[in-house]
Design a protein around this ligand. Sequence first.
Ligand code: NAD
Length: 304
Amino acid sequence: MSNLADSSRPARPAIAWIGLGIMGSPMSENLIKAGYSVTGFTLEQDKLDRLSAAGGTAAKSIAEAVKDADVIVTMVPASPQVEAIAYGPDGILENARPGALIVDMSSITPQTSVDLAKAAKEKGLRVLDAPVSGGEAGAIEAVLSIMVGGDQADFDEAKPLFDALGKTIVLCGPHGSGQTVKAANQLIVAVNIQACAEAVVFLEKSGVNLQAALDVLNGGLAGSTVLTRKKDNFLNRDFKPGFRIDLHHKDMGIVTDAARNVGAALPVGAVVAQLVASLRAQGDGGLDHSALLRSVERLSGAEL
Ligand code: NAD
């Protein structure tokens, strides 16, 4: 029987949250607003102070954060960071209570999720991979899409927590499936941003009113959540992240590799992956992914 069903424990599971960045901070705050007790750990002191100010508890280490937790949520950049926080004497697996549920919401390789689930099971711990889509705004507004991989019973147990963070919450299959779906998500988003960026440069060079053009385009078949969320970035050349090019570069690597493993061809995805890599190589890795516009502008001879 799971610890969460033990009647001696409070109805709401105690949460540990590791990784309080652009996404993790507002998401953990939404759990606090929903009545959960959250103990967090992250590398930056100002983010720990923010958690305390929001009503959470700042821990001094991963071990301290997870030792009494029923559910351990992780939201760090990539596979190496997930491995760093999960494994080793100071990691989650060594320090969590048996029976605890680890919910990794980072976007990482599907294989890392599969390996983590296996290692955790040997320690009597359960794991869901639960990456998200919707960006910083989706995190703040608690309207994320959450794509989950793992066992049905663990998904059912985590569902109330997911409901406090997102709107579209789907169990996609066994361990790693959430990450596979997220990789597809990142392919679609990157190609969509690239198409929007090319349209922006084309429209501006043609002398059309850009705001009017994007408004009417967004009402038709060319409309998208990408255009809705990123329109102002394009109009104002505001590339404050958001979702960093560095992270999208990581995700294009994940989808390219995963597609190669199953023999799926991604011709347009491969080109966009190169454009993301090129943007990063030119020093724009810290900008929002809407900065793909800058690469189209450079290719079109614009002075930046
Ligand atoms: P971020 O860089 O803003 O935050 C990452 C956090 O992880 C940092 O606060 C850092 O302190 C913490 N961290 C890293 N290593 C750690 C360690 N060893 N111990 C403890 N904490 C550690 O990143 P983000 O934008 O919040 O993204 C997090 C994940 O969510 C990534 O996998 C990203 O791809 C995914 N994602 C991001 C967005 C977005 O719009 N930003 C949207 C969907 C998914």
